[in-house]
Design a protein around this ligand. Structure first.
Ligand SMILES: [Zn+2]
Length: 269
């Protein structure tokens, strides 16, 4: 998956770093777009004459340092983050997605939500602090579930009604406050396709900076009636498919694809 960058190593130790020419810069906007130069994240050397000196250190992958800039480059071509992670390879793709998550958080947290005072950066950890009322704001990560529902040799797949993602998907949704992820699985499945599930088994997770999420992946069995009642506000369609209808993908980058490949190979039923 995208986060599996071994032997490269992701280090998010919070520290002040001085930017230098070869460091990579995350530039984008709140419409989930990033700026690429020649199909890669730009270096500081490429953008330093184009942007104000308003950089923030994010993290490192091996000896490559990632920074963000608070300003966009509106005259440059922008690429949707979902596309960015398919254009870039390996650690750079993971760096772009994680950088996008942090960029979104920084861009939406400039003022204190309690008193309206401009926020300052904490000097000891990745947090924003209100110098007026003392509120501390930490990076936001939203847990969400993806569930692969099987019924014998069939897998339930869906397609989203909205958004650019038109391939097969699995039932997914954000956890609500007070809910366990397993309860989220049951609720989302009932809401979106009107069926019950049982034997909910955790499989793996994926940090998903596209939506600021942390995806928790599950397998589950159909429980009872298999009649689908599709919520067309959320999904354009849903159907049961067999292993033969899933194209082989030996190196899936998403948790959705990974779950589907496991089913295709017969590792989970
Ligand atoms: Zn405040």
């Amino acid at each position: 998956m995208l986060q599996d960058i071994y032997p490269a190593r992701y280090s998010l130790v919070y520290q002040e770093e001085t930017i230098s020419d070869d460091d990579l810069v995350i530039i984008g906007n709140l419409n989930k777009h990033l700026v690429l130069f020649d199909g890669h994240l730009p270096t500081y050397k490429q953008v330093k004459d184009l942007l104000p000196e308003d950089y923030r250190y994010l993290f490192s992958i091996d000896d490559v340092h990632y920074f963000m800039n608070y300003h966009d480059l509106p005259d440059h071509e922008h690429t949707q983050i979902r596309t960015v992670i398919r254009i870039l390879q390996g650690p750079e793709a993971f760096g772009a997605m994680t950088g996008h998550h942090l960029l979104s958080w920084y861009l939406t947290n400039r003022y204190c939500s309690c008193c309206g005072h401009p926020l300052k950066h904490s000097e000891k950890e990745r947090a924003l602090v209100c110098p007026s009322c003392g509120q501390v704001i930490y990076p936001r990560i939203s847990p969400a579930i993806i569930v692969a529902i099987t019924d014998g040799d069939r897998l339930l797949v869906s397609k989203y009604a909205r958004g650019a993602y038109r391939n097969y998907a699995l039932i997914a949704g954000f956890c609500e406050i007070g809910e366990t992820p397993e309860e989220t699985c049951k609720r989302e499945v009932m809401e979106e396709v009107g069926i019950r599930i049982k034997d909910i088994r955790y499989y793996a997770c994926q940090p998903w900076g596209v939506d600021g999420g942390l995806l928790l992946g599950y397998f589950a069995h159909l429980d009872g009636d298999d009649t689908l009642k599709v919520d067309h506000n959320e999904l354009s369609e849903a159907e049961w498919i067999t292993k033969d209808e899933i194209a082989a993908d030996e190196n899936p980058i998403t948790l959705t694809s990974t779950l589907m490949q496991e089913f295709r190979k017969g590792n989970y039923d």
